[in-house]
Design a protein around this ligand. Structure first.
Ligand code: AQP
Length: 343
C-alpha cells in the first residue's frame, strides 16, 4: 500500500538544547518543511520518563518551541505542538505495549545507558519509551523521521511494531477496508555531516543535555563569549588537521570539530579539510568560533525574544495541537475498529 509522504519528529523539553539537537535534528526539520508536510512535536510525555521539576517544565516546553520557531520552522505551514495536548499518543502507545515484545525492548541500548546500574529504580516509562515513540510517529501514519544517529535503534523498533500490528491484525485490516497494511514502516532520515555530534570534552561521548559539564556542549542560548570559550577549551590532539578525511579516522575530537564546521557551513568534511588541512587547531578553532557565533547567535537571540511572550508560544502550541488531534483522532478511531473495540 502507498502511504502519503509525511514527516514526524520530536525533541524532548529536558533543558540545555544544544548544537547536537540543532545539527542532528532541528536544522534538518527546517530544510524538510519546503518539500513535505511536517509535524514537529515537543515530546513532553517522553521528558517525564526521568524526573522533571513541575515548576521548570513549562519553560522547557516553551524553550523547545521557541527553538523550532527561531530556527525557521513555520508553524502555519507545519504542525507544531506539545505531545501531552494530544491524548491519542498515549492511547496508541498502550496498544503498542500490547504488540511489542519484551525481548525487543530488552535490547534497547538507550534504556541500558540511561537506567545505568540502578535499573530496578528506573521508571516503567523509561523502559517503554520506544513504544510511545512508535505511537508518536504512527498515530499520524508518518513515513519519514529525521533524527540523530542515537535514535536509529528506536526507529527500527517502530518499524517492527508497525509490521507486527499489520501482520497480527491483517484479516481485520482487510475486513475494515484498509487494504493490506494499516501502518507504513517509517524510514529514519539520518543524513549529513553531524548525525552524532560528540561532547567537546570527550570525543567518545555524545553531546548531551544531561552531561554534568556545561563545557561539553554548546547550548543554543549560549552567547558569543560562551561559544568562544567552549570551543577554545574543546579537547583536541597535538597534531595539525589532516589534509584528507582518512586522516580523521582515529582522531575523534578532530573529526567531531571538522564535522561540526562542515554541518554549520553546509559543506562536507572533505570541503573543510580542503580549506583547513594542515592548519593548527588554534587557527581552525578561531574560524569555527566565528562560524558558530554567526549561525547560532541569531537563533539564541530570537529564542530569548520569543520567550518574553509565553502566551504567544502557548497559542502556537494550542493551534498545532488542535490540528494534530484531528489527524490523530482519525487514526485512533480506525485503530479501535481494527482491534475490535466498540466505540
Ligand atoms: N549529540 C547529538 N548529535 C546529533 N543529534 C542529536 N540528537 C540528540 N543529541 C544529538 C538528536 O536530537 C533530537 C532530539 O533529541 P531529544 O531531546 O529527544 O533526546 P536525546 O537524544 O536524549 O537528547 P540528549 O541531548 O542526548 O539528552 P539526554 O542528555 O537526556 O540524553 C533527536 O533526533 C536526537 O537524535
Amino acid at each position: 500500500m502507498k502511504f502519503k509522504e509525511l514527516i514526524f519528529s520530536g525533541v524532548q523539553p529536558t533543558g540545555n538544547l544544544h548544537l547536537g539537537n540543532y545539527l542532528g535534528a532541528i536544522k534538518r526539520f527546517v530544510e524538510l518543511q519546503d518539500r513535505f508536510d511536517c509535524i514537529y512535536c515537543v515530546v513532553d510525555l517522553h521528558a517525564i520518563t526521568v524526573w522533571q521539576e513541575p515548576s521548570e517544565l513549562p519553560h522547557a516546553i516553551r524553550e523547545v518551541t521557541a527553538a523550532f520557531l527561531a530556527c525557521g520552522i513555520d508553524p502555519r505551514k507545519n504542525t507544531v505542538f506539545n505531545q501531552s495536548q494530544v491524548a491519542e499518543h498515549a492511547e496508541l502507545a498502550w496498544i503498542f505495549n500490547c504488540v511489542a515484545r519484551l525481548g525487543w525492548l530488552n535490547r534497547m541500548t538507550q534504556f541500558k545507558e540511561k537506567a545505568g546500574k540502578d535499573r530496578e529504580n528506573a521508571s516503567i516509562g523509561l523502559y517503554a519509551y520506544p513504544t510511545l515513540m512508535a505511537a508518536d510517529i504512527l498515530v499520524y501514519r508518518a513515513t519519514h523521521v529525521p533524527v540523530g544517529e542515537d535514535q536509529k535503534q528506536h526507529l527500527e523498533l517502530s518499524r517492527d511494531i508497525a509490521q507486527k500490528f499489520n501482520n497480527d491484525f491483517s484479516q481485520s485490516i482487510r475486513d475494515k477496508g484498509f487494504g493490506d497494511a494499516f501502518f507504513p514502516l517509517p524510514e529514519p532520515l539520518i543524513t549529513g555531516e553531524a548525525t552524532r555530534v560528540m561532547s567537546l570534552r570527550d570525543g567518545s561521548k555524545k553531546m548531551s543535555k544531561s552531561d554534568a559539564s556545561d563545557f561539553s556542549r554548546i547550548n543554543l542560548t549560549d552567547d558569543a563569549d560562551a561559544i568562544a570559550q567552549k570551543i577554545r577549551r574543546a579537547k583536541t590532539d597535538p597534531e595539525p588537521l589532516p589534509s584528507d578525511e582518512k586522516g580523521l579516522a582515529s582522531r575523534p575530537e578532530a573529526d567531531n570539530l571538522v564535522g561540526i564546521y562542515a554541518a554549520l557551513a553546509d559543506t562536507d568534511r572533505a570541503g573543510v579539510l580542503k580549506q583547513f588541512g594542515n592548519a593548527q587547531f588554534s587557527t581552525f578553532k578561531a574560524a569555527l568560533t566565528d562560524l558558530a557565533v554567526a549561525k547560532l547567535g541569531p537563533i539564541g537571540a530570537e529564542m530569548k525574544r520569543l520567550l518574553h511572550d509565553p502566551a504567544a508560544i502557548d497559542a502556537v502550541l494550542a493551534d498545532g495541537a488542535e490540528r494534530a488531534r484531528k489527524l490523530a483522532g482519525q487514526t485512533m478511531n480506525a485503530v479501535k475498529d481494527v482491534v475490535g473495540f466498540v466505540r
